[in-house]
Write a protein that binds this ligand. Structure first.
Ligand SMILES: *[C@@H]1O[C@H](CO)[C@@H](O)[C@H](O)[C@H]1NC(C)=O
Ligand SMILES: *[C@@H]1O[C@H](CO)[C@@H](O)[C@H](O)[C@H]1NC(C)=O
Ligand SMILES: *[C@@H]1O[C@H](CO)[C@@H](O)[C@H](O)[C@H]1NC(C)=O
Ligand SMILES: *[C@@H]1O[C@H](CO)[C@@H](O)[C@H](O)[C@H]1NC(C)=O
Ligand SMILES: *[C@@H]1O[C@H](CO)[C@@H](O)[C@H](O)[C@H]1NC(C)=O
Length: 472
């Protein structure tokens, strides 16, 4: 009787994962370019009509090329993610089968074992294929790092030679691709990150720089109200879906869905729904969860939902919630929906508390409020709020460029505290900020731009809740 160790598969898979992590960060330490900075030049005395400077144009073209390549890499990453989930499921099934055979070897014949061996070979082949594609991404990131570093050297040299303002536009392009690469690498790492879904941390300690994906699908800077993001509890096969809704006023009248990141960037929706007559919403603090839009309506003043699976519309009046208190950036933001690792939430202010925020947990099946928590934070002083692991985080605006997570309330312990986790905004105003537990990112709709942030948590122990592929 051939004994096949179940451990074998775990080792096989975990070595793939471990490699993915190590390989990424060991790659491509940026090389310093040679010379350049001390080059003697008289170009500065040329009249401005000779601009654009050839080198600036070259850097700009390079930046655009890299940016395009990164968009494609991002699309590939989405595919890897789906494949990894599928492989992990296969491995779990195979492992169960092997355990059964090990328990009752006499129930199985040579043919069964042969079949099993073929299945194992198939999984091995799939893992090999995945490794090759991950390798090629890592190599691409490495060479991009080198190119970006040499772009930086050209920019520094030109900034010394010419007026900084001449270089500014190209410098911005450069910063954009740099952030884009950072995001791509981080996403690469995140796909193999077993901490997604875990609440074994004591909260947020850092927020990344804003990662600006793109101007909205209308390509219009006047669509300043809206939101974008991913479903926090996606339907099977919709894990890579993105959604977007934008408007010129604080309204929601329609929503677009994209199969994946690439289609979001290409503005190619697979579904576009206009809300039924009388069901247009307001406030822009809507989210998508379980293929359902949760949002605010004003007639009657209530929280509403549209289930895009069966196209049903429902609303619930919350009598305590007041229409008189909004967030500081935008009017009519009375109900703010949020989803985290633990479920669905809505926050609002009440008259009886003088405009202080209340956190309510929504029972998803009945769309009713299960429990409420009174906080001491005054809603009009808050620019937005979101939930992570049952903890409310409130954000305020510091200045033209900066926000700060300044307050948190833990619904498990009923404890509140003032904290300071500052982060940058891209544009001055924003209308929607939400956390997504499926990728631990913050999504912001910032003056018409899709912006997101990576979060760092103060981890206490190793992950306790893991997706199926985190088998080690
Ligand atoms: C690369 O450049 C940085 C900053 O200019 C400098 O500190 C570092 O020593 C350089 N490294 C090499 C290998 O030249
Ligand atoms: C991937 O790259 C690593 C490190 O360079 C290498 O050891 C490994 O053999 C490569 N795997 C494949 C499948 O190409
Ligand atoms: C949406 O409708 C589907 C089909 O009726 C149902 O299974 C699902 O639970 C609903 N989801 C929500 C959040 O209402
Ligand atoms: C708050 O809203 C209610 C309902 O719209 C309204 O009757 C009340 O006058 C408002 N309160 C204040 C202080 O504006
Ligand atoms: C992280 O958590 C530990 C233990 O709970 C605490 O002592 C430490 O101050 C926290 N670090 C930050 C940056 O909040």
């Amino acid at each position: 009787m051939t004994m096949i160790s179940t451990l074998y598969f775990f080792t096989l898979l975990s070595s793939t994962m471990a490699w993915g992590r190590v390989g990424l960060w060991s790659e491509g330490s940026p090389k310093n370019g040679t010379g350049g900075e001390d080059r003697c030049t008289c170009d500065a005395f040329l009249p401005s009509s000779v601009f654009p400077i050839r080198e600036l144009v070259e850097v700009e073209i390079k930046a655009q090329e890299i940016s395009h390549q990164l968009d494609l890499e991002m699309g590939k990453l989405e595919d890897y993610e789906i494949k990894i989930t599928a492989y992990a499921e296969k491995i779990i099934k195979l492992t169960e089968k092997i355990e059964k055979i090990e328990k009752n070897p006499d129930d199985y014949n040579e043919a069964d074992l042969e079949e099993l061996k073929v299945e194992i070979k198939q999984v091995e082949a799939l893992i090999k294929e995945l490794q090759i594609s991950i390798n090629s991404s890592t190599t691409i990131f490495g060479s991009m790092r080198i190119e970006i570093t040499s772009m930086e050297q050209v920019l520094i040299r030109l900034e010394k030679t010419y007026d900084k303002n001449v270089v500014l536009k190209t410098r911005r392009e450069y910063i954009k691709v740099q952030l884009q690469l950072e995001e791509c690498e981080r996403r690469h790492q995140e796909i193999f990150n077993p901490n997604i879904g875990s609440c074994a941390h004591t909260g947020i300690i850092r927020v990344s720089k804003p990662y600006v994906t793109q101007l909205n699908a209308h390509l219009s800077a006047s669509q300043i109200f809206g939101g974008w993001g991913k479903d926090s509890k996606p339907l099977p096969d919709r894990e890579s879906m993105y959604w977007y809704s934008g408007h010129t006023s604080a309204s929601i009248v329609d929503i677009r869905f994209y199969t994946n990141y690439k289609n979001l960037i290409l503005r190619n929706p697979f579904q576009h729904n206009t809300l039924k007559n009388g069901w247009a919403g307001t406030g822009n603090n809507f989210i998508i969860r379980d293929n359902t839009l949760y949002y605010q309506i004003n007639n009657p003043f209530s929280m509403a939902k549209v289930n895009f699976t069966d196209m049903t519309y429902t609303y619930r009046v919350i009598s305590k919630a007041s229409p008189n208190f909004s967030y500081s950036h935008s009017p009519s933001q009375n109900f703010d929906f949020a989803a985290d690792e633990t479920g669905l939430w809505v926050t609002y202010a009440t008259e009886e508390s003088g405009g202080r925020m209340v956190i309510a947990r929504i029972h998803e099946a009945s769309f009713g409020v299960e429990e409420e928590w009174q906080t001491s934070v005054y809603k009009p002083g808050v620019s937005n709020a979101f939930m992570v692991c049952g903890v409310l985080y409130a954000v305020r605006t510091i200045d033209m460029q900066h926000e700060e997570i300044f307050y948190k309330y833990d619904t498990k312990t009923k404890q509140e505290s003032y904290i300071s986790v500052p982060f940058e905004r891209f544009q001055e105003k924003y209308s929607n900020l939400d956390y997504n537990p499926t990728d631990q990112k913050l999504y912001m709709y910032n003056g018409g731009y899709y912006v997101n942030y990576h979060l760092w948590f103060n981890h206490t122990t190793k992950a306790t809740v893991s997706p199926p592929y985190a088998l080690t």
